[in-house]
Design a protein around this ligand. Structure first.
Ligand code: SF4
Length: 385
């Protein structure tokens, strides 16, 4: 049976090639488009999409798009503009949240979708919703970001290069497939002159994200640091050199929770092999002076590099040191090792971490997918919800 994808479907599934073709039929170049009434409305739609994705307060609720012809044009081109803006931001966290937000919306529509259309959309993602098995390579690609143990190959029946799928799991795979398709080419290589068109909106989004992060993490509370970070700080304070992965993890973690470069450098100056220039370079590199910021590695990555130490009970429930920190702060519990939370601040600094002006405007970016950081964070958030 032939499936007809119409304009209302473009609104629901803007990632489909038909939807993108539709945008191409009327939008033209971004610089001209955003000066038209439809383009201006689409730019606003793009901003709202990204703000909703990062959970910024005041962002419009999903599903408020008008379904008339103009509303559909605004929404579908809003999605396309949002991809450009996200690409210009080069912020791993925003990209990740955007792809999850958009895939979540599309998935909600798919749950009530006509079976033939749902099948068509799945097929466009390379999925057969009726098949009881998936070839090994696509399976691994599809499930690499799914944390539940049941997706691991060791927990699956694999036969003749095919991985078995239970009937109720196809929707989950479909959702993940949409997320991967939406995120596949992000960030797009957008020319600088095009990014300049979005600089005001990009600035608003960055400020909203920073505000959101500040609300999430608040002021630095050393007593809520995870055991791995406390161990690294204790080692530094004792004048012990720490490994390169340990330095990276600690620097990124401290930066992510809002500590400024000067305070981080002060901490590292206790190491016996301290070299000011090298340390400044490393800290500034990790905290984004080179245009890319890093997120602290996930617990899995920390285990691989031998930096996960002295796990405690809370560690069993999280998959990222930043989530440990957030949850510990939230619960107000004391840190595992008595007194270890006090070693971080040099009493001579007299500073409050959250007030360091050098950290204002910074963003948490995760260019290293291998760390799995932001995704794990989000998964932990979902788990706790
Ligand atoms: S489980 Fe995670 S948070 Fe806990 S010590 Fe290991 S790396 Fe740190």
């Amino acid at each position: 049976m032939r499936v007809r994808i119409d304009e209302k479907d473009f609104l629901k599934y803007p990632f489909l090639k038909e939807s993108q073709k539709f945008v191409g039929s009327y939008a033209g170049s971004p610089d001209r488009f955003i000066t038209t009434p439809t383009g201006r409305a689409a730019l606003l739609d793009a901003k709202h999409r990204i703000l909703s994705a990062i959970g910024a307060p005041g962002a419009p609720s999903p599903g408020s798009a008008s379904t008339d012809s103009e509303g559909i044009r605004v929404a579908v081109s809003g999605y396309a503009l949002a991809r450009l803006i996200v690409s210009c931001l080069k912020d791993r966290l925003i990209t990740d949240r955007f792809t999850r937000y958009e895939s979540g919306k599309a998935y909600e529509f798919l749950l009530d979708e006509d079976p033939g259309k749902k099948e068509y959309i799945a097929a466009s993602l390379g999925l057969d919703t009726h098949s009881p098995a998936i070839p090994l390579v696509p399976y691994v690609e599809l499930t690499s970001g799914m944390r539940d143990e049941r997706w691991r190959l060791v927990n699956r029946d694999v036969s003749a290069g095919m991985v078995s799928i239970r009937a109720h799991e196809s929707d989950e795979l479909l959702r993940e497939g949409i997320r991967l398709v939406i995120g596949r080419n992000l960030p797009l290589p957008v020319p600088e002159n095009v990014c300049a068109l979005f600089s005001a909106i990009a600035g608003e989004i960055s400020a909203a994200e920073q505000q959101h992060l500040l609300e999430q993490f608040g002021t630095v509370e050393e007593s809520s640091f995870p055991p791995c970070m406390q161990a690294l700080i204790t080692a530094l304070s004792a004048g012990t050199n720490i490994s390169h992965p340990g330095r990276f993890a600690l620097t990124a973690f401290l930066h992510n929770i809002g500590m400024g470069p000067q305070e981080i450098i002060q901490l590292f100056c206790r190491a016996p092999d301290f070299d000011l220039n090298r340390t400044m370079y490393q800290v500034e590199h990790i905290s984004g002076r080179g245009g890319t910021e890093y997120t602290a590695p996930s617990c899995a990555a920390m285990r691989t590099t031998g930096v996960c130490t002295k796990k405690d009970a809370l560690c069993e429930r999280i998959s990222h040191p930043l989530n440990y920190y957030k949850q510990k702060k939230r619960s107000g519990k004391k840190a595992g090792s008595p007194g270890s939370g006090d070693v971080l601040v040099d009493s001579n600094t007299g500073g409050t971490h959250g007030e360091d002006k050098t950290s204002k405007g910074d963003k948490v970016r995760d260019p290293g997918r291998h760390h799995g950081g932001k995704q794990d964070e989000q998964d932990d958030e979902k788990d706790q919800a």
